[in-house]
Design a protein around this ligand. Structure first.
Ligand code: UD1
Ligand code: MN
Length: 363
């Protein structure tokens, strides 16, 4: 490998990655939870190749019990420690959000380690309170070539924000989508993306920052119909209310799919925009009452059109979908389309045909 460095204004120099393009580092973000053993046990249980998926556990915080647990995994993993434990100067009105500043600082350091010190070409980020599904590794292995090929994609995520039992088709575990909403929670990025993001990485709220158009730049992620990750971290930096109302209901896929055996090129933008978006707009248009009263005489997919923010808000509430927006993008949406199931039927909430793009004032 020839000598090659790229320097950035913040002093970072990136070495050219000398890893096989199919090597994917799994970066586990840890702090002070000894229950990280649950997360690591699942990762090790489902990982078939240590060479292909080296695991790096990056620990923030000084927490001896957690350090011991991580160390007990021995050479199955690499344990690194975020060195800067200084208190962060947080604006006084954000004091209670101190934790988000620490998380952002940790992510920046850990990702620099993965892509620059360890020099990997791709990483999957897993937080210490995530369970992963049996086919977690096959999912990322199979989608990596798609992520590398399609410049309009910037991540692959294991998470479906609307992945509750009643909202998914468990008969179709291999179904994948594109989404404009950055899901996080078990997600893959390439070093090219990190080289782009590291220079402007924020001091806090990194995930919402990612969702801002200045970062997203119109790019999408791949996400599954059935989640391949699930959080068990009820108590964390954000409050547990969200966990009890929503996160704990996410269904974690149990039937492994060997994604590497399937052709996933249908996820490339051109194909997807013709086929998936075309299919959505060909689905007959109905309204909520027709669905609710079982007035529809077939079992095929249907489409419900929304026109305004309030329109969409009330529909998401009626169906039990997530009802929030980030930078105007509803959770799981692709070109404004939200796909889910209602009483075992596929339903698409979709904007009208003349949709002009997301409106950041929708929040
Ligand atoms: C929520 C998000 C999480 C995101 C975070 C920051 C969900 C379910 N979780 O965190 O994906 O990264 O907001 O916007 O949406 N940690 C540190 N240093 C600390 C504290 C925590 O590194 O000082 C680590 C934890 O080990 C964990 C991660 O940061 O891996 C998230 O912390 P957690 O307490 O789980 O916060 P959430 O509320 O889930
Ligand atoms: Mn968490």
């Amino acid at each position: 490998m020839g000598f090659f460095k790229e320097s950035y204004e913040d002093g970072y120099q990136f070495n050219k990655s000398n890893f096989n393009t199919s090597t994917v580092a799994v970066l586990v973000i840890a702090c002070n939870r000894p229950s990280i053993s649950r997360c690591l046990n699942k990762l090790l249980k489902y990982r078939k190749s240590k060479e292909q998926f080296p695991i790096i556990v990056s620990q923030d915080c000084i927490h001896e019990r957690t350090s011991q647990v991580i160390k007990s995994f021995g050479s199955e993993i690499t344990h690194i420690h975020q060195p800067d434990q200084k208190e962060i100067k947080v604006p006084s009105k954000e004091k209670k959000f101190n934790g988000y500043f620490k998380i952002a600082r940790h992510y920046k350091w850990a990702l620099n380690q993965v892509f620059n010190t360890y020099n990997y070409g791709t990483a999957v980020i897993v937080e210490d309170d995530l369970d992963v599904a049996p086919d977690f590794f096959e999912y990322f292995k199979a989608t990596l070539p798609i992520l590398q090929k399609d410049r309009t994609l910037w991540c692959v995520s294991a998470w479906n924000d609307n992945g509750k039992f009643a909202l998914i088709d468990r008969n179709d575990p291999k179904l994948l989508y594109r989404t404009d909403f950055f899901p996080g929670l078990g997600w893959m990025l390439t070093r090219e993306l990190w080289i782009e993001l590291h220079k402007k990485w924020p001091n806090s709220y990194w995930d919402d920052w990612m969702r801002h158009p200045d970062q997203r730049k119109g790019r999408s992620c791949i996400r599954p119909e059935l989640s391949r990750s699930k959080t068990f971290g009820k108590i964390g930096v954000s409050n547990g209310l969200f966990y009890d109302k929503h996160l704990k209901f996410i269904y974690l896929n149990e039937v492994p799919v060997d994604f590497t055996k399937f052709n996933l090129t249908y996820l490339l933008k051109n194909e997807y925009d013709n086929n998936f978006v075309g299919h959505v707009y060909k689905a007959p248009q109905v309204n909520y009452n027709e669905l609710k009263t079982k007035a529809i005489k077939h079992n095929d997919p249907v489409r419900i059109t929304y026109y305004t923010k309030n329109n969409l808000k009330s529909l998401t509430k009626l169906f039990g979908l997530m009802d929030d927006f980030k930078s105007g993008v509803p959770r799981t949406a692709y070109k404004g389309i939200i796909s889910f199931t209602y009483e075992n039927r596929r339903v698409y909430l979709a904007p009208s045909n003349d949709w002009k793009g997301y409106d950041p004032t929708w929040q």
